[in-house]
Structures are given as C-alpha cells and as structure tokens.
Design a binder for this molecule. Structure first.
Ligand code: PHE
Length: 509
C-alpha cells in the first residue's frame, strides 16, 4: 500500500490525532485531545488504537501509584504524638507518666498508645519504667519538633492541595503515613503515552487532507450539495471482524434450490410424488419383468401394511401392461414371454426411483409436449458405504418435444452437469429395462469412475400403453453423488453427519 493509499484510508479522527502528534511527537491522550481540538478522550483513544494497528503510533502504558487524603482534615489536625509532647511540656514540665497523660483526657487510650509509639520512633521522648508505670521524658529533639512542621505534616499539607503520584513524594514519608490508619488512600493509575512510529512520522508529514467525514450518506447531504465538501469514510474491507454464524440452510437444501432453479430456467415444470408406491407403477408400467433382480427383497423395501395396493382405478392400463409383459401387445415387441401376476404388481413398497413420478405424470396427461422434473427421496435396501446410501435423493426428468433425440439427451446431460459445476462427465452405454438406448453418466472422482445417474429414451413398451407415440428422453441422477465432486467429499455419508464445523464453513450459495 502506498503512503497516499494509507492516508486515504485514515478516518477523520485518525488524521486529527496524527496531525497533533506531528507537532508534539508524543503525548498523553489529554494533551492530544487539546491540541487536536477533539471533544472526547474516547475519540483520541479509538483513533490511536486504529493507528497503532496500522503501525503508525505506539501506545505505552505505565501504571503508577497515586496518593490522596482519606479525610480532608487529616492535614489540619495536629498529629497525636505532637499533642502528647506539647501536653507533657506544658502541663508536666517535660516528664509524665502514662497514668498522668490518661488523666488529662486529651487523647483516647488507643490514640495515646499510637502517640507513644510515634514519640519513640521519632526520638521525641525516652520511655522508662518507674514502678508499675511507664514514664515519658521529652527529648531535645521533641522540644524542637513541636514548633516545626515535620516531613509527614508537610506532605499531608501538600496532599490537602491534591493527589500526588509516587514519583512526587518521598518514599519513606509516604510509607510512614500509610502506616497510620485512615490517613491516606493509595490507588493504581494507568497512564498512556502515545507516540509516533517512524512510519507514523513520515505519514504525519504528508498532506493529510483533513475534512469533516461522514460515515453515512443522508438525503439531506445529497440535496444540499454538502456531500461535495465532506469526506465519505472508506471501508477497510480487509479489517478483521469476527465471523457471525446465524441460522442457515443445510447445504443439501441449497443444492436442491439451485437444481430446481436450473431446471425452471431451462423451461421445465416441477412435479412431485409419494414415498409410498406399488410395484405396478414403480416397476410394471416401466416394463420391468416381475422376475427382474431389482424387484427382489435385497433392493426394494416392501411394505406389510397394507400389503397390497388398490389398483381398481388402473384396470384398463393393467390389462394392457399385462399383455405388454406377456407378448408385447401392439408395440411390435415380443414382451418378456412369461405369465404376468397381478398379485406381484399389487405389492406395496417405498419407491426405489423417482421414474415412478415421471411415468405417472405421462399417464395422467399424455398430451405433448412435456418437460418436467422432480427432486425427491428414494429408498433402496442396500448396504451403506462411501458411495451408497439406503435413502437418497434423485433428480429426475423427462423431455418429449419436437426433435427430441439421443443427441439432445446427451447435450442436456452435459449442460446440466456443467451448470452444477461438474465440467467433465463420461457417458457410457448401459441397461435399464425401460429405456433403449440406455446410458450411464459417470465422473472420474477420488481415483475411480463413479456413476452419477442413468438415462435413456423410454421404450415403446413403456410409452405406447400410455398413448405417447414420440420418443421420451428420461434420466434419473443421484443428488448426493453430485454433491460429492461439487463439495470435494470423499465419503457420501459425510453429507448427513451434520458436523457443525463443516456446516459452518459451507458457502451459502
Ligand atoms: N431410474 C434409474 C435409476 O434409478 C435412472 C433412470 C431414469 C434411467 C430414467 C433411465 C431413465 O437409476
């Protein structure tokens, strides 16, 4: 950053403080406040800490002890040892016993004790035992002391004028006064000195262009034209700020939103379906033979209550589908050449793919053209591993319009994955009972080819019974398999572990 850039990122207060320091080099916040003509110490301190963060000033802190009188008249009252010495001289001719002193009632017993202690310490009197009593004899030093002011008294007088810091007082005298109860209080005061660093002094020498600064533009500012004369505060977008974690959508929800928007902008309409399905719609209508391995228990979750679906509304279609399976009906196909069973078709199950949604949609309204999609959960009785989940979401779709062909299907698939952030996919021939040709979409990821989904053109055995005589392009992709390359996940199960750190750091777009 150049010096001029630095200047342009300084706030009004920062510039004021820098300019003031340019004059004095270093000073207390109070001094800076006065020189800069600012109003509040916080303005100086805030600006100074920002300047410190930018390396332009240094803030030194020193802690000192400050002393003040606890009681205003401590300075006016004579010290108790002085009272006692005076009494001994005037009333007892320079020598008195403790009993005598007590009798005068000048001081309370405990004060008298304290006074005697100080008389001994200061050498103002000598103590001796006479019989059972203690006798105090005032010394020469004591006689001189009563007319003069002692160091301690002088300090008390100075303190009566105002606080003093430890550097302004004699350590021993202050120590003595601190020993007395209720005379002084001591507190720690931190004082700050703000000084320019070398860099700061370079900058303070530049033209700081100090102008009144506004943080927010108001209509008044614009209408009056005053905006021309003010500085508009720049934002430091790189300044540290703590990250705030609010409530947010799960990444999968966001990905689904994005897929939905992508299909909608490509002219598709969304359809939905039920988790609860039956074999007739999930398989038979899709020309899946009743002895197809996918119908075995290891792939499909069959339901026990109810065990058989009510297919009475589909009687006409059932009759056609039975013929398609047994002999191809009028489709030109030979069918599967076996005895079709209605009981098998009535079995209830959790849908194994969302192709059941699109086929139901065609049956409900076979009028061309159609371009529909669905995003929904499917269920498969499969072992879980790093690329398999027993419950996952499929992105399903069909297109039937003028000119729809295999090329169009491949382009559509590539386009979709590119929009999702997967630039390179591989399309391979595959097999599904309901499409011809059939293909799989794969991606090279984590060191191997991973299947993202299947697609193809519905066979006439599927479309003819529904009254559709044109090719229908169809596909079904795994949502979580798509999320893996998009988010760089090694294990598909991580998506649903709900690791809070992972959830926090996932982008919200
Ligand atoms: N239903 C297939 C699956 O579950 C995907 C697919 C859909 C294949 C449509 C071809 C056509 O994997």
């Amino acid at each position: 950053m150049t010096d001029n850039d630095l200047v342009s990122q300084l706030s009004y207060f920062e510039k004021k403080v820098l300019a003031a320091l340019g004059d004095i080099g270093s000073g207390s916040p109070q001094q800076i406040l006065e020189i800069a003509g600012l109003e509040m110490l916080v303005e100086v301190m805030n600006a100074s800490s920002w300047l410190q963060a930018k390396g332009l000033v240094k803030i030194d802190e020193t802690t000192t002890k400050r002393y003040s009188l606890k009681n205003e008249d401590a300075a006016g009252r004579p010290l108790p040892e002085k009272v006692v010495v005076k009494t001994i001289i005037s009333d007892f001719d320079g020598k008195a016993s403790l009993a005598d002193l007590k009798r005068t009632g000048e001081l309370k017993t405990d004060e008298l004790q304290i006074a005697i202690g100080w008389i001994r310490k200061k050498g103002w009197g000598e103590l001796s035992k006479e019989g059972r009593d203690t006798v105090v004899r005032v010394t020469k030093k004591g006689r001189e002391a009563i007319d003069a002011k002692g160091e301690d008294e002088l300090l008390l007088l100075r303190l009566a004028e105002g606080d003093l810091s430890e550097t302004e007082v004699n350590k021993d005298t202050i120590g003595q006064l601190m020993q007395r109860k209720d005379f002084l209080s001591e507190r720690l005061v931190t004082s700050r000195t703000i000084s320019l660093t070398d860099k700061g002094s370079d900058i303070s020498g530049l033209d700081l262009r100090i102008k009144e600064e506004v943080g927010q533009i108001s209509p008044e500012l614009i209408q009056s034209g005053k905006w021309r004369g003010v500085d508009i505060r720049r934002y430091d977008v790189k300044a540290f700020a703590p990250t705030v974690y609010g409530g947010r959508k799960h990444p999968i929800t966001l990905l689904i939103d994005k897929i939905r928007t992508t299909f909608l902008t490509m002219g598709f309409t969304e359809i939905t379906g039920d988790f609860f399905e039956n074999a007739f719609w999930n398989m038979d209508v899709l020309f899946t033979a009743q002895d197809h391995p996918a119908r075995e228990l290891h792939d499909t979750f069959y339901l026990s209550n109810p065990e058989a679906a009510d297919l009475s509304n589909d009687a006409d279609l059932i009759d056609v589908v039975r013929q398609v399976h047994e002999n191809g009906w009028k489709t030109g196909s030979l069918g599967w050449q076996y005895k079709w069973s209605l009981d098998e078709a009535r079995k209830t199950l959790l849908r194994t793919h969302t192709t059941v949604n699109t086929i139901r949609r065609i049956a409900a309204d076979p009028k061309l053209p159609f371009k529909v999609f669905s995003i929904g959960r499917v269920f498969r009785n499969e072992a879980m591993d790093s690329t398999h989940l027993p419950e996952f979401v499929q992105i399903e779709g069909i297109v039937c319009e003028e000119g729809a062909n295999f090329d169009m299907l491949c382009t559509l698939l590539k386009e979709f994955y590119k929009k999702m952030g997967v630039p390179k996919i591989r399309i391979r021939p595959s097999y599904y009972p309901y499409t011809e040709p059939s293909l799989d979409v794969e991606i090279f990821f984590n060191g191997q080819w991973m299947e993202l989904g299947g697609a193809g053109i519905f066979r006439p055995e599927v479309t003819e019974p529904l009254g559709v005589h044109k090719p229908v392009l169809a596909w079904g992709f795994g949502l979580e398999r798509l999320a893996m390359p998009v988010w760089g996940l090694k294990d598909i199960r991580d998506i649903y572990v709900s690791d809070i750190d992972w959830l926090k750091k996932m982008p919200q777009v």
